[in-house]
Design a protein around this ligand. Sequence first.
Ligand SMILES: [Zn+2]
Length: 83
Amino acid sequence: MPQTQRLIPLVKLNAPDELAVATGNNASWHCCCERRLPLLGKSGQLKGPSENTCVICPNCEKKYFVAPDGGDYKRAVKVVQLA
Ligand SMILES: [Zn+2]
């Protein structure tokens, strides 16, 4: 079966939500900076972000977390901007 491309919310800090795309526990989205390539991350733990599970934009250093669906490292349900 092909890898379904799901649309999930990208919850931003100071702007309206946008969309990210997810397949399995991976998600991809565009940072709000001018970086042309998307960011890519996998889901973390239910308790929330940690140093090892957050994604930092290499261009502007904004920080994101891919939230899992009901259990650690489960499928991605949303991307949250942390800083
Ligand atoms: Zn950025």
